[in-house]
Write a protein that binds this ligand. Structure first.
Ligand code: BEZ
Length: 240
């Protein structure tokens, strides 16, 4: 029987829990060997569709103005688009010298921005989505831990600017989960109750239900939360 369906190329995409694919690249801050150069730090590797476009400009200004906050949470930022180095340099210079937006001005982007004209890195990371664009990367976000493991992946289409407060919340939540062996519920922010245990056996659950720990509340046998105050979380994670 004839097969009339159009064959799409097989594209492999990195997944949560896997090692971040390795690459070397030229960036606005020199060459990088990824993720080896970032061992010991959390990294947000993110793509944007194109230099000199409005949504991307608003995103870069916002992310750059929050860079110190991310760095204090041991998190480094690395951008990527399929533009060339000289386009990146000219765009970042324009942002610094000319653009004033929502109270942000004179914004210097000091984190590396990868040039990827061959689309090699974008393809490796599943940032190219032909249904959206053949020539531009979508707005992808990969959160990678200090061991080089992908911990969160978020995708946005071309027209939708990202929420950088949410990306900061993701960083704090992932680190809180690791540091305190807990999970974080919907809309969690530091200071909110956390979920215990992350993956419990029946025995552990029964123990929790009968626990006299004043800080633990069990809503049912499978759903227990515990107080974890904001100061304790931030003292562990934020290094000024
Ligand atoms: C933007 O950043 O404004 C943009 C980029 C590519 C397509 C649409 C919008």
């Amino acid at each position: 029987m004839e097969n009339n369906t159009i064959q799409q190329p097989v594209v492999s995409m990195p997944r949560i829990g896997e090692k971040a694919p390795e690459f070397t690249a030229v960036t606005t801050q020199g060459n990088i060997n990824f993720p080896a150069d970032y061992a010991g730090s959390w990294v947000i590797l993110f793509s944007h569709p194109a230099d000199f476009t409005p949504v991307c400009t608003s995103e870069f200004m916002t992310f750059a103005s929050m860079e110190k906050q991310f760095n204090e949470a041991n998190t480094k930022l690395v951008g990527l688009s399929v533009d060339g180095l000289y386009s990146h340099i000219a765009w970042l210079r324009t942002i610094k010298e000319k653009i004033e937006y929502k109270g942000m001005k004179d914004i210097e982007v000091t984190f590396p921005l990868i040039e990827d004209i061959t689309m090699e890195v974008a393809t490796k990371y599943g940032m190219m989505m032909p249904g959206e664009s053949n020539t531009k990367a979508v707005r992808a976000v990969f959160v990678i831990d200090p061991q080089g493991v992908i911990r969160t992946i978020i995708y946005y289409p071309l027209s939708l600017g990202r929420n950088f407060d949410e990306l900061y919340r993701v960083i704090l939540a992932l680190q809180t989960a690791d540091e305190f062996s807990v999970a974080t519920p919907a809309d969690w922010r530091p200071g909110d109750d956390v979920i215990v245990p992350t993956a419990g056996s029946c025995g552990v659950a029964k123990e929790r239900m009968e626990s006299n720990d004043e800080d633990v509340t069990c809503h049912d046998w499978f759903f227990c939360t515990k107080k974890l105050d904001k100061e304790t979380v931030l003292n562990r994670i934020i290094k000024k």
